[in-house]
Design a protein around this ligand. Structure first.
Ligand SMILES: Cc1cc2nc3c(=O)[nH]c(=O)nc-3n(C[C@H](O)[C@H](O)[C@H](O)COP(=O)(O)OP(=O)(O)OC[C@H]3O[C@@H](n4cnc5c(N)ncnc54)[C@H](O)[C@@H]3O)c2cc1C
Length: 237
C-alpha cells in the first residue's frame, strides 16, 4: 500500500561526476519490494507539481535502516533541492510504487540496463546478496564511458560474493581507460551472441522510455517471449 511519510535526510554519496545517491531515515519502517520506486516531494501543497515532486527508484535493499534514491543530477530545480538538502532536514515521500519488481520464483534473470536504469537493479542485487538467494543473473550494463558506471565497486563486490551473478559492462565511447569493459552497443548484433542464454530468462529493462521501448522491441524481434519481458519506464527523461 502506497502512503505519504516523512523522511529525514542523512547523507549524499557521489557515484559518478553526474550521478548522486541520497540517503534518508524514514519515520517508520517502509516495506517495499526491490524494483519499486517512490515519489520525493518538495511541494507538499501541490502534489501534482511535476517539477518538484518526482519519481525515483529505491537504490538500496529493503533491509537497510535507511532508504536510498539515486538521481542523474541536472540543472533542474528538483536536482538543486536534492543537492542542497542539509542533514536532518525532513521532507515527504510517497510510496512504495510500481509493479516491475523482483520475484524470488524467477530462477534465471537477465537485465538490459543503460545508465541510470541501474538504480532498481542495485536494490534487487543487494537483496539477493544479503539473503544469499541462488538466482542466476546476467546483467548487461551500458554506459558511454567507464567513468559513468555508477555503483561499479558495489557491483564488483556483489559479483565476487555470488558466483551465479555475472555482469557485462559495455561502453559506447572508445577510450583506453575503459578497462574490463566491452566496447559495443547493447544492440541487435550484440544481443544475438547471447540469445541462447537470454531465451530462458525473465528479462528486466529499466530506464529512459526511448531506451526501454527500443530494448523491448529488440527482445521481441529476437524471439524472446513478451510475457517474460518486464519493463519500467523512467518517464521524465
Ligand atoms: C518509475 C520511475 C522511476 C524513476 N527512477 C529514476 C531514478 O532512479 N533515477 C533518476 O535519476 N531518475 C528516475 N526517474 C526519472 C525522474 O523521475 C526524473 O524525471 C528525471 O530524473 C529527470 O528529472 P530532472 O529534474 O533532472 O529533469 P528536467 O530537467 O526537469 O527534465 C528533463 C526532461 O524531461 C522532461 N520532463 C520532465 N518531467 C517530465 C514528465 N513528468 N513527463 C514527461 N517529460 C518530462 C523535461 O521537459 C525535460 O525535457 C524515474 C521515473 C519514473 C517514472
Amino acid at each position: 500500500m502506497s502512503e505519504i511519510f516523512k523522511i529525514r535526510f542523512k547523507e549524499s554519496i557521489k557515484r559518478t561526476p553526474t550521478v548522486e545517491s541520497f540517503r534518508f531515515i524514514p519515520e517508520k519502517k517502509i516495506y517495499f519490494i526491490p524494483g519499486q520506486f517512490l515519489q520525493i516531494i518538495f511541494d507538499k501543497d501541490n502534489l501534482d507539481n511535476k517539477e518538484l515532486n518526482k519519481f525515483l527508484s529505491f537504490s538500496s535493499s529493503p533491509n537497510k535502516d535507511y532508504i536510498e534514491v539515486t538521481k542523474r543530477i541536472s540543472s533542474s530545480e528538483f536536482s538543486k533541492r536534492l543537492e542542497n538538502l542539509k542533514p536532518a532536514v525532513e521532507i515527504l515521500a510517497k510510496g512504495p510504487l510500481g509493479s516491475c519488481v523482483y520475484n524470488e520464483d524467477y530462477k534465471r534473470i537477465g537485465f538490459l540496463i543503460g545508465g541510470i536504469g541501474i538504480t532498481p537493479v542495485i536494490s534487487i542485487l543487494e537483496y539477493i546478496d544479503e539473503k544469499k538467494i541462488d538466482t542466476d543473473i546476467l546483467l548487461f550494463y551500458s554506459n558511454r564511458t567507464s567513468l559513468e558506471i555508477a555503483f561499479k565497486n558495489e557491483l564488483d563486490k556483489i559479483v565476487f560474493n555470488n558466483p551465479k551473478i555475472k555482469i557485462i559492462y559495455l561502453v559506447t565511447d572508445y577510450s583506453s581507460e575503459n578497462k574490463n569493459c566491452i566496447f559495443a552497443k547493447l544492440d541487435k548484433e550484440f544481443l544475438k551472441s547471447y540469445i541462447n542464454d537470454l531465451k530462458d530468462r525473465i528479462i528486466y529493462i529499466f530506464g529512459p522510455p526511448k531506451m526501454v521501448e527500443e530494448m523491448k522491441d529488440l527482445c521481441v524481434y529476437l524471439g524472446l517471449m513478451k510475457e517474460n519481458i518486464k519493463v519500467e519506464l523512467f518517464t521524465g527523461y
